[in-house]
Design a protein around this ligand. Structure first.
Ligand code: CDP
Ligand code: MG
Length: 751
């Protein structure tokens, strides 16, 4: 077998060369920041914190950050969790040493800011301490998380530590999933959940304490909660509010709440050598795979953490890495484990499990592993320096998810992950120059960069009339607020005076983005609620189809069988209906390369949305065979995301002329049927601008449903009339906006 021989041959050569050049390579590829290279190759680091040569290092600032060698010697490395009981593990956490002091401060103050390095025990311990101190007698202890994964995994961990069943005394709630009961006293939840709870009960009376965790993340919902809870705390003198942060921005939090006390948990970190790439990296996935491989082959014991911007990159990285390790002979096994928010939770749990003896673990993660999740035993970090961010693009008038360089603060958090249980090394796949000159000092808070339609809707329904007066820690740009208001006005959620309409009030009831809520409402008018419920539920769940390596063609063929040529939305509907016809069978899912778990989730989400629709007295009719009604309904929600055919598979956005493309996985792709007009769910920017979830629509529908944007070329007279009507509407809105504008200017002058 020639091919195999030659492959092995070339690998051997490569390995030999690699071995020979091992030491040289380290010095060639990496620029040293801070300390010596000794421990890259597994040489135990001598304690050189006081080494005067440190001062001459190329990047003194960042290395000093990690040079706080405050803790005891590391006897705690990877075997730690295996050998110590949960109780012992809890007592080993930095927060344990200051428990009484911390509780005293909380007893004496209603609002306290708690700062502590990631992994010091804030998330898992604080709530338990408050419970032990008796606060749970007066109400639940709530703890908010910006990320769903963190809320779930932390609740699970705490239930184990307290030796109770998850969902009883300790529970969690995320969108569409409530694992709590009457017994629940410690409730972990996403910040979005608490925000929605404040709609029902503005004083949050069910809680004796609220911990706003991971405040440094500055998620959109956290930022809104800041403003709301500041007022709740002023009204409720019995509420304890604790805001935790992994160091950054803590002063700002304290000032925001009226100079409240700030408590810092003494850290216990180990030195981390930070190495920058010498040249600019072209392909960060390839570079990261190479670096992880090099560490695995050459370095001492210790697990690896690789950061990647998103799911796709993570999958490629994991696959390539696994392949390459298998290709090498005489190499210890490497357990490659992905983690990202959409990963099924049983697979997520794997990253916390200890690898068997002799097996090194390599976790490949999004920035979820930056501060939200702590994996013990990490000694090496590989950081390409990118993350995915949702950013409102005022040019195209909508949010788009794109890859951006991380900020310096993120980069430092990432590096710090290598020094939690022992001394470590962080490999930065960018140059020192890039770090210094191309990265922001800290990330721009979400509230200042995304579409605020949901927040506006929520605040309006909470009775906040003038959003520009709401107390934001960092107010969003005025343009963003006005743009979001404009979008809501287009959807019919706000009237010309900016007040909530009946439609808007119903929209708030659904835990969905405004266009999807709108789709639900229109559906009940058009008599296709049954189908739209399914479509909306399918859109609320991550990837339904999977495409295993080696079986791509087979899975693509099965997938194509579901395709409804004019619509991805209807394709999703088709999948669900066939699954239902097959008795909701998991086997059927497996046969069709469909995630059974995701489908079960869809069914759950669907029944929850159905419940809300019933509460709202919406008739749950089916469209029967009138599939046009369904497409029209989709059009009514997404007319602001419309595109017009330009070439094969090539469209341009109808409002701004921006090019956008059908994704190869779209049902409309390569079907020989290319509709003149389409609407889409969202735009994803990767190698080019792709429309995700596309449905063909009629041009007249766009004019009918989105008259503020489009008109049909009809006879000159009707065209003129329509334009006139649109003009009147638009000028009303503009007046409204100008008025708001003036108010802001006046307020600024007054200040
Ligand atoms: O919130 P903070 O970053 O300060 O720490 P934490 O999340 O409370 O984590 C403290 C410790 O709990 C970690 O170092 C892990 O050892 C452990 N932990 C775990 O094993 N599994 C989890 N899902 C969460 C935490
Ligand atoms: Mg935490």
């Amino acid at each position: 077998d020639m091919a195999v021989v030659s492959r092995n041959g070339s690998l051997l050569v490569r390995k030999f060369r690699e071995q020979k050049e091992r030491k040289k390579a380290q010095h060639k590829d990496w620029e040293l920041a801070g300390t010596n290279l000794g421990n890259i190759l597994g040489v135990k680091k001598k304690d050189d914190r006081e080494d005067p040569s440190m001062g001459e290092s190329t990047d003194f600032k960042s290395s000093q950050r990690f040079a706080q060698h405050m803790g005891k010697k590391s006897d705690a490395s990877s075997d730690f969790a295996r050998s110590k009981s949960l109780k012992q593990q809890r007592q080993y956490l930095p927060i344990y040493a200051v428990k009484e002091e911390l509780l005293n401060i909380i007893r004496e103050n209603n609002i306290v800011i708690v700062v502590g390095e990631t992994g010091s025990g804030k998330t898992t311990q604080l709530a338990q301490y408050l419970h032990e101190d008796g606060y749970s007698k007066y109400g639940m202890i709530g703890c908010t998380q910006p990320r769903r994964v963190a809320a779930m995994s932390v609740a699970k961990r705490v239930s184990e530590e307290m030796n109770v069943t998850l969902g009883e005394e300790v529970g969690y709630a995320i969108r569409f999933e409530d694992v709590t009961s009457d017994k629940t006293i410690l409730k972990y939840m996403t910040d979005g959940i608490l925000l929605r709870e404040s709609l029902r009960e503005s004083d949050l009376d069910g809680y004796s304490c609220v911990i706003m965790d991971e405040a440094h993340e500055r998620s959109l919902n956290t930022d809104v909660l800041f403003g709301l809870l500041r007022e709740v705390a002023a009204r409720r003198r019995d509420l304890k509010l604790i805001v935790t942060s992994a160091t950054m921005d803590a002063d700002k939090f304290s000032r925001f709440f009226g100079n409240v006390p700030m408590y810092t948990i003494p850290g216990r970190t180990f030195p981390v050598d930070v190495l920058f790439s010498k040249s600019v990296v072209e392909d960060y996935v390839e570079a990261a795979v190479k670096q992880a491989l090099q560490i695995h082959v050459q370095a001492r014991k210790g697990d690896i953490l690789v950061f990647m911007p998103g799911q796709e990159d993570i999958e490629v990285t994991c696959e390539t890495l696994t392949e390459r390790v298998e290709e090498l002979d005489d190499v210890a096994p490497l357990a490659v484990l992905p983690i990202y928010s959409q990963l099924p939770s049983d697979l997520q749990a794997k990253i916390f499990q200890k690898a068997p003896d002799g097996v090194r673990k390599c976790v490949v993660a999004t920035n979820i592993a930056e501060t939200s999740l702590t994996v013990d035993g990490i000694a090496f970090v590989v950081d390409p320096g990118y993350c995915k961010l949702k950013v409102f693009n005022s040019r195209i008038g909508m949010d788009a998810l794109s890859v951006f360089p991380v900020s310096q603060a993120n980069a430092n958090q990432r590096s710090g992950r290598a020094g939690r249980t022992e001394a470590g090394v962080a490999y930065r796949l960018y140059t020192l120059n890039q770090y210094k000159n191309e990265m922001l000092i800290s990330t721009i808070p979400e509230i200042q960069r995304t579409n605020l339609a949901n927040v506006v809707l929520l605040l309006k329904s909470l009775g906040v009339q003038d959003l520009l007066k709401f107390h934001f820690m960092d107010p969003p740009p005025q343009d963003n607020i006005l743009n979001s208001m404009y979008q809501l006005w287009n959807l019919g959620a706000l009237d010309n005076t900016g007040a909530l309409t009946t439609c808007g009030r119903t929209m708030v009831e659904f835990p969905l983005d405004p266009p999807l809520s709108k789709m639900m409402i229109v559906a009940c008018d058009m008599g296709c609620c049954d189908e739209i419920l399914t479509i909306v539920s399918m859109l609320s769940v991550p990837a339904i189809f999977y495409r295993p390596t080696g079986r791509e063609e087979e899975s693509d063929a099965k997938r194509e069988k579901f395709s409804v040529p004019e619509s991805d939305h209807m394709t999703l509907l088709n999948v669900y209906q066939q699954w239902k016809a097959n008795g909701y069978s998991a086997t059927w899912c497996n046969e069709h390369f469909i995630h059974a778990k995701a489908m079960r989730k869809v069914r759950e989400v669907r029944s929850q949305l159905k419940e809300i629709a019933e509460q709202q007295k919406m008739p749950l009719k089916s469209a029967g065979n009138d599939w046009d009604a369904i497409r029209k309904c989709i059009c009514a929600a997404y007319f602001h995301h419309a595109a017009m055919l330009k070439g094969i598979g090539e469209y341009v956005n109808l409002r701004n002329g921006m090019p956008c493309h059908l994704h190869p996985t779209s049902a409309l792709f390569g079907m020989g049927f290319t509709p003149d007009y389409v609407v889409y769910h969202e735009l994803v920017m990767t190698s080019r601008e792709y429309m995700q979830s596309v449905t063909a629509v009629e041009g007249e529908w766009l004019a009918e449903l989105g008259p503020m944007f489009y008109s049909v070329k009809e006879s000159a007279k009707t065209r003129k009339e329509k334009r006139q009507a649109t003009k009147v509407k638009l000028s009303q809105m503009e007046e409204e906006l100008a008025l708001a504008d003036e108010q802001i200017k006046r307020r600024k002058l007054e200040q």
